[in-house]
Design a protein around this ligand. Sequence first.
Ligand SMILES: [Zn+2]
Length: 95
Amino acid sequence: MTKTLADTLAARECLYVNCGHAMCCKSIKLDIHALIDRLGPDHGSMHWDLVGLFGCSDCKAAGRDHRPVFFTCIPDYEGQQRKRNREWEPTFDGE
Ligand SMILES: [Zn+2]
């Protein structure tokens, strides 16, 4: 199963790109809208779809050896929480 940028956007997931070099470890949230503008909504959003597109400018400037970036996907916890608790109300026994 492939996942596209449009899927990632629809799921309200956050995608972070991280530098894989231990001396650097920079990480930044990807702008999915901007990626869709450049790559199209049907472009894959899995690791292998994106890994070749990114590199670390800091490592390049510092002359460190090139390490592939990796991605972290943060689900929409708040949205999931809202859905789970939609019909739930706590009991309250206070005065
Ligand atoms: Zn780096």
